[in-house]
Design a protein around this ligand. Structure first.
Ligand code: FE
Length: 357
């Protein structure tokens, strides 16, 4: 599946490059890009796949604070293809995305550059940023256990999900979703490929239904009595439990308890990330660094915590009440880059055990 996606990506990039080289006609999708006039002091160009509703308040606060205007290009996907097509003429200064894989794909493709910043290094633990300063985590998205609120669960290892006691009681979305391949890759990094394969087969044996839908459907199906436990991201719990009292989502949220699992042995809780980097050809490099440093300020980190219920990457920032009630998080200490190296194996493993079938 991943191979197919890469082929498709290559074809897209090739087509875009040929178009630029032959006709010098600008990429039609570049209409939304900031014009050359935007390259002036006091501006920064942000390319992001994040939802406008979430990050606009952050950017408005940055502009109020610094006087630097932010020109934002919101992309649903295809950030890497866009940058490849624009090449050295790209106006991108800051790249912001979700998922370790998406961010490190940009790094691997040479689309980011190093930045040395004492502010960024002080705010972000070393295993959550590139040692070369080519990428930085801005917020954490922990992948946790949703469980029927009436179950007595005292501590949970991810490995436990394959135990026979959960037979017919587990709900989860597709194994090929990046949230799950990231978790499976982390387990390969901790326990090895063989142990992870038998774990995944065990989890498959325990499923109450075919892997499908989204993370919130785990809570919905626990409420409906279809399953008792499942794996999903914590920020959805913030959304569900903060939803209006008479809404469906609130009922789903109120039906569950959240347990933060850890990997057996001395592992921690698996996190995926949202993150950012300075673009390789950034025309406003200094402003790009100023924006990145703002995004790890206490004020910006609190916005991450309260606007989307994500976990701040910086210690000591006030959390949303629902998230705070989960207690302290023991973030898995494996470097994200090491987990990322096992993503392809994880995806192949999902196919091999027929997890989604
Ligand atoms: Fe999500």
């Amino acid at each position: 599946m991943r191979v197919m996606r890469q082929r498709h990506l290559f074809a897209t990039v090739l087509a875009a490059t040929v178009l630029l080289a032959c006709s010098r006609t600008p990429d039609p999708s570049a209409d939304a890009a900031p014009a050359d006039a935007a390259v002036a002091a006091g501006e920064v160009n942000l390319y992001t796949t994040r939802e406008p509703g979430l990050i606009q308040p952050l950017l408005d606060a940055f502009t109020r604070d610094s006087g630097i205007r932010v020109n934002t290009v919101f992309l649903k996907d295809g950030l890497l293809e866009r940058l490849a097509a624009e090449g050295a003429r790209s106006r991108a200064d800051v790249l912001m995305t979700v998922d370790t894989g998406n961010l490190l794909d940009l790094v691997d493709a040479g689309q980011t550059q190093s930045v040395q910043s004492a502010t960024l290094e002080a705010a972000i633990p070393a295993h959550l940023r590139g040692a070369d300063g080519k990428w930085f985590t801005l917020s954490l998205r922990d992948r946790v256990l949703y469980a029927d609120r009436d179950l007595a669960i005292d501590g949970f290892n991810y490995e436990d999900l394959a135990k026979p006691e959960w037979k017919g009681r587990v709900c989860i979305r597709s194994g090929q979703h990046p949230y799950n391949t990231s978790l499976i890759a982390a387990m390969i990094a901790h326990d090895g490929l063989e142990a992870t394969e038998s774990w995944l087969r065990g989890v498959k044996d325990n499923l109450a239904r075919k892997p499908a839908g989204g993370d919130r459907d785990v809570a919905r199906d626990i409420l409906a009595g279809i399953c008792d436990v499942g794996i999903a991201n914590t920020y959805y719990v913030g959304r569900m439990k903060n939803a209006p009292e008479d809404s469906e989502q609130r009922q789903w949220g109120d039906a569950i308890q959240v347990v933060r699992p850890v990997f057996a042995g001395n592992g921690g809780t698996h996190v995926n990330i949202s993150g950012a980097a300075i673009a390789a050809h950034a025309p406003n490099r200094d402003n790009a660094q100023t924006l990145l440093e703002y995004l790890v300020s206490d004020a910006a980190q609190a916005l991450y915590a309260n606007a989307n219920y994500e976990y701040p990457v910086k210690a000591g920032v006030e959390l949303d009440l629902v998230i705070a009630a989960l207690g302290p998080m023991n973030v898995d200490a494996l470097p994200l880059a090491e987990i990322h190296r096992h993503r392809r194996e994880a995806s192949e493993l999902v196919d091999r055990v027929g997890f989604d079938q």
